[in-house]
Ligand binder design. Structure first.
Ligand code: PAF
Length: 287
C-alpha cells in the first residue's frame, strides 16, 4: 500500500497537461469527482475507476454553487490530510484540488440546467442544488476529458442527471454508477454522517430498514403502493426520522411510478434527523 499521496494540481492547465501526457501513451483515464471528506464509498468509486482505467484522477472541490444559502457550505468537513492519505492508499494518480476562483473565475455566468430530472425529489427541496451540481460536473468532465467518470448510487437522482447532461452535451465519457456502500447496520455512508450524535447514529439505520421493507411490500402488491408508502412515512416518523420525501420512481427516467413493475423502479427517500439530512434509495424489487 502506497503512503505517498499522488501529485496535487490546482489549475485546469496543470490537470490538462498531466492527462495529455497519459493520453500520449494511450493510457485510459478515469475521473472520480468528490467534495472530499473521503470515506469507503469514495474508495469504492476509486476502485471501480482503477479496475477500468490505467490512470485515476480524483477531484476534490467543495462546490459552493450546489449549497443553498441555509445549507452547510461553511461547515462542510474538509479534512485535507486524511483525504490525501486515502488517495495514497487507493493509489490515485492525480488529485485535482482547484480553488473557487479557478472553477468560477470573476465574470463566470454559465449555468448548466437539466430540465425534468432535476425537478422532483431532492430538486424540489433544494432549489438550485442540481444546477450547481450539473454546472460543476460538466466543467470537470470537460476539463479532465476522461474516458469514464464514477458516481455513487447513493445520490441516485444526481447520477441520472449526470448521465443525461453528458448525453445531451455530447461529452464523450462513460458515466458509471457504483453501488451504495453501507455500514454493517445498513446506514449508507455519507460525509455528513459525522454530524450525527450517538443517539441519532443509533436511529439512522431505520431509514434503510424501512426502505427495504417498503420495497419488498411494493414488489408483492404494486397497486397498493400509495397505502404502503403512507404507512412507511408514519413508521419512519415514529422511529424519530422526519420524512422530507419517500417516493417511488421509474429507475431510469425518474417519472412517477405507474404501478407497473415490468420496468425497474427505485424507492428514494430524504429524511431529517436532528440537524442532519440523510438520503438513501433501493431498487424495487429489492436486490
Ligand atoms: O456527489 C458529490 O460529491 C458532488 O455532488 C459532486 C458530484 C462531486 C459535484 O460537486
Amino acid at each position: 500500500m502506497s503512503t505517498q499521496h499522488p501529485p496535487i494540481v490546482h489549475t485546469v492547465a496543470a490537470l490538462r497537461e498531466a492527462v495529455a501526457g497519459w493520453r500520449a501513451r494511450r493510457e485510459s483515464v478515469g475521473l472520480v469527482p468528490t467534495m472530499g471528506a473521503l470515506h469507503a464509498g469514495h474508495r469504492a468509486l476509486m476502485r471501480a475507476a482503477r479496475a477500468r482505467n490505467s490512470r485515476v484522477v480524483v477531484s476534490i472541490f467543495v462546490n459552493p454553487k450546489q449549497f443553498g444559502p441555509n445549507e452547510d457550505f461553511a461547515a462542510y468537513p474538509r479534512p485535507e490530510g486524511a483525504d490525501l492519505a486515502v488517495l495514497a492508499e487507493e493509489a490515485a494518480d492525480l488529485a485535482f484540488m482547484p480553488g473557487v476562483e479557478e472553477v468560477y473565475p470573476p465574470g463566470f455566468t454559465t449555468t448548466v440546467a437539466v430540465a425534468g430530472l432535476t425537478e422532483g425529489l431532492c430538486g424540489a427541496h433544494r432549489p438550485g442544488h442540481f444546477d450547481g451540481v450539473a454546472t460543476v460536473v460538466a466543467k470537470l468532465l470537460i476539463q479532465t476529458a476522461p474516458d469514464s467518470a464514477y458516481f455513487g448510487e447513493k445520490d441516485y437522482q444526481q447520477l441520472q442527471i449526470v448521465k443525461r447532461l453528458a448525453r445531451d452535451l455530447d461529452i464523450p465519457v462513460e458515466i458509471v454508477g457504483v453501488p451504495i456502500v453501507r455500514e454493517a447496520d445498513g446506514l449508507a455512508l455519507s460525509s455528513r454522517n459525522v454530524y450525527l450524535s450517538a443517539e441519532e447514529r443509533r436511529i439512522a439505520p431505520a431509514l434503510y430498514a424501512a426502505l427495504r421493507e417498503t420495497a419488498a411490500a411494493v414488489a408483492v402488491d404494486p397497486h397498493r403502493a400509495g397505502a404502503i408508502l403512507t404507512t412507511a412515512i408514519a413508521s419512519l416518523g415514529k422511529a424519530g426520522l422526519r420524512v422530507e420525501y419517500l417516493e417511488l420512481r421509474d429507475a431510469a427516467s425518474l417519472a412517477p411510478f405507474s404501478g407497473d413493475l415490468s420496468r425497474p423502479a427505485r424507492l428514494l427517500a430524504a429524511v431529517h434527523l436532528g440537524r442532519t439530512r440523510l438520503i438513501d434509495n433501493v431498487p424495487v424489487p429489492p436486490g
